[in-house]
Design a binder for this molecule. Structure first.
Ligand SMILES: *[C@@H]1O[C@H](CO)[C@@H](O)[C@H](O)[C@H]1NC(C)=O
Ligand SMILES: *[C@@H]1O[C@H](CO)[C@@H](O)[C@H](O)[C@H]1NC(C)=O
Ligand SMILES: *[C@@H]1O[C@H](CO)[C@@H](O)[C@H](O)[C@H]1NC(C)=O
Ligand SMILES: *[C@@H]1O[C@H](CO)[C@@H](O)[C@H](O)[C@H]1NC(C)=O
Ligand SMILES: *[C@@H]1O[C@H](CO)[C@@H](O)[C@H](O)[C@H]1NC(C)=O
Ligand SMILES: *[C@@H]1O[C@H](CO)[C@@H](O)[C@H](O)[C@H]1NC(C)=O
Ligand SMILES: *[C@@H]1O[C@H](CO)[C@@H](O)[C@H](O)[C@H]1NC(C)=O
Ligand SMILES: *[C@@H]1O[C@H](CO)[C@@H](O)[C@H](O)[C@H]1NC(C)=O
Ligand SMILES: *[C@@H]1O[C@H](CO)[C@@H](O)[C@H](O)[C@H]1NC(C)=O
Length: 503
């Protein structure tokens, strides 16, 4: 069998070059940023946004790729009949107006995101954009908005099949395009009417589920479809656990592509109700399936351990990989561990990454997920990791040796994260003051060197720590925390070490 050359290079590059995503040049890799909703709900203000934006810079998060500062619902007081019915920003919450907030955020080199709703009202009961798409898009563009999250409440019954839902969302997409300003379009219709079938031609991302909840696996009747019917879930609901959303994503990972992503909803890392291991698994999964990485916590009070999770460049490099290909679930098994709802599972996900070895063979990301209450040893065979390339161990990659790199081994220490937090002037009581040299020392800086360039240069900050090698037909083994994940990057070892008759 001939290995290498033209046989295996093709797929990823071809996907990336297909012009089937919305053509606004944005979200070529999954968008990154922060949105206030998960931590603050309707409690929004100018100060919240500008302070958070400053901290995103001071904590080095901007230089890891977190770009958009997104204002969610509850920011307006209605429409102005004397001004073409344009939306009015709440002057108590935003005394200087929205354009001034956008200017401040832009001055920091960040993007400004806003929220509206493809319905008569927003979910919070404020004025919605249905029927006002053009005037609202023009208003957003005039304020300097770079991103629109577009919700689905009070849609006047304009849902129920893919034509109706896609048509309703397309109106705003066209209105945004007509402004001439590139505005990232983030659909938020909770997975209703299969947006993964039509979202990519209208928008840059689409939500696949009801709203996330700060829980690993809590069952909630209001977020149904935990099982085999997850992809066909008629009632999106809310209070969706991390594992519920992972399950929904598992059916539709192939829909992700550059410029158009499955959105698993904003991150809960830092909101306090999950364990450290659960937040690590949550962040790892969202990166591997190319969900947008939108922080959803209060950055002003972020615990050092959570800053360390959100700052792991080796995991973010998987999210921002130039190939733009999602990991897929290769297996899931129910275990004998009875969990809070009796459905603890173990899972293995893997996916292609761009090669960093200079050869034709893609790198591979591998995740082992432990849904049990106890620490266990999990195993992933090369046959299962590479099943897309051939069933039952016939994939040629199974005959190679692989370097296995642990993507969490170099996680920033809590002490270092605390030092970064303490050095920020934006919290008001810093002793040393913000010093980019100190903060940046030894850290990855994606503003200076893109993830694509850093990977091409074998940056050790991105490739993770070599933990072992796995031989042909071998198995990767990891001890995984309760509700935790092990995450590895596999790199092909030189083929020269294989005997000719093994190829
Ligand atoms: C609008 O759409 C056209 C056609 O898809 C595209 O070429 C252009 O870049 C878009 N403009 C903006 C501002 O999104
Ligand atoms: C409504 O628009 C008019 C005309 O542009 C303007 O003078 C007025 O200040 C606006 N009202 C509010 C509340 O923004
Ligand atoms: C005013 O609103 C109408 C209807 O939404 C729209 O067609 C028009 O472009 C708007 N004009 C401006 C200046 O925004
Ligand atoms: C799980 O429980 C079943 C039924 O009690 C038993 O047959 C099986 O051996 C158990 N598996 C493990 C891995 O303990
Ligand atoms: C990166 O590492 C691989 C494997 O060690 C090597 O083949 C390749 O030449 C390196 N690339 C660069 C740019 O150093
Ligand atoms: C993984 O392999 C080890 C060693 O063979 C074994 O003890 C363990 O039970 C395996 N784990 C699972 C979940 O099968
Ligand atoms: C600022 O003050 C708060 C509250 O006393 C404290 O928790 C925090 O560590 C202080 N930060 C710095 C940088 O001194
Ligand atoms: C920042 O820290 C570096 C390294 O400690 C130091 O050389 C530099 O003078 C500091 N800059 C400022 C503005 O304090
Ligand atoms: C990251 O790189 C950019 C561009 O070179 C630079 O402006 C910025 O200060 C760097 N950030 C840190 C934290 O060193």
């Amino acid at each position: 069998m001939v290995f290498g050359g033209t046989l295996f290079i093709g797929t990823v590059a071809l996907w990336a070059s297909k012009a089937v995503a919305v053509d606004n040049g944005l979200a070529v890799t999954p968008q990154m940023g922060w949105d206030n909703w998960n931590a603050f709900g309707c409690d929004v203000s100018e100060t919240l946004l500008t302070q958070t934006a400053q901290l995103i810079v001071d904590y080095g998060l901007k230089d890891l790729g977190y770009h958009y500062v997104i204002l969610d619902d509850c920011w307006s007081t209605g429409r102005n009949a004397s001004n073409n019915n344009s939306l009015i920003a709440d002057s108590t919450k935003f005394p200087r107006g929205m354009a001034a907030v956008a200017d401040d955020i832009h001055a920091l080199g960040l993007g400004f995101g806003m929220y509206s709703d493809a319905g008569k009202y927003t979910c919070g009961g404020y004025a919605g954009s249905l029927g006002y798409e053009t005037v609202d898009a023009n208003t957003f563009a005039s304020w300097g908005v770079d991103y629109l999250k577009y919700d689905n409440c009070y849609n006047m019954g304009q849902a129920g099949n893919q034509m109706i839902s896609s048509g309703r969302y397309e109106v705003m997409g066209n209105a945004l395009n007509a402004t001439g300003r590139p505005i990232l379009y983030s659909l938020c219709n909770w997975g209703e009417d299969y947006p993964w079938n039509w979202g990519s031609t209208i928008a840059n991302s689409w939500r696949i589920s009801g709203d996330i909840f700060d829980s690993w696996d809590m069952a909630d009747a209001r977020c149904p479809c935990d099982g085999d019917d997850a992809w066909n879930c008629g009632l999106p609901g809310f209070h969706c656990s991390v594992t519920n959303i992972m399950n929904k994503a598992s059916f539709i990972v192939s829909k992700a592509q550059p410029g158009a992503w499955n959105d698993l909803d904003m991150l809960e890392v830092g909101n306090g109700a999950m364990t450290d291991a659960e937040y690590v698994a949550h962040f790892s999964m969202w990166a591997a399936v190319k969900s947008p990485l939108i922080m959803g916590n209060d950055i002003r009070t972020i615990p050092p351990a959570d800053l360390a999770i959100l700052s792991n460049p080796a995991v973010i490099a998987v999210s921002q990989d130039p190939s733009g290909s999602s990991a897929a679930r290769r297996w899931i098994y129910a275990t004998n561990d009875t969990d809070i709802n009796g459905r603890a599972t173990i899972q293995m996900w893997s996916g292609n990454l761009k090669s960093t070895t200079g050869g034709d063979q893609s790198d591979m990301v591998v995740l082992l997920i432990n849904g049990n209450k106890n620490t266990i040893v999990l195993n992933a065979t090369l046959a299962d990791i590479f099943v897309d390339n051939g069933p039952l161990g016939t994939a040629p990659q199974v005959k190679l040796s692989w370097e296995v790199r642990d993507l969490w081994a170099n996680r920033m220490s809590d002490d270092e994260a605390k030092a970064i937090i303490d050095a920020s002037s934006a919290v008001g009581n810093a002793t040393t003051g913000y010093n980019a040299t100190t903060i940046g020392a030894g850290r990855y800086n994606a503003t200076k060197t893109s993830y694509a360039d850093g990977l091409a240069a074998n940056s050790s900050l991105l490739l993770g720590k070599v933990s072992t090698t796995v031989q042909p037909s071998g198995t990767i083994t990891a001890t995984v925390d309760p509700h935790g994940a092990a995450m590895f990057r596999l790199r092909a070892m030189p083929t020269g070490s294989l005997k000719r008759d093994e190829l």
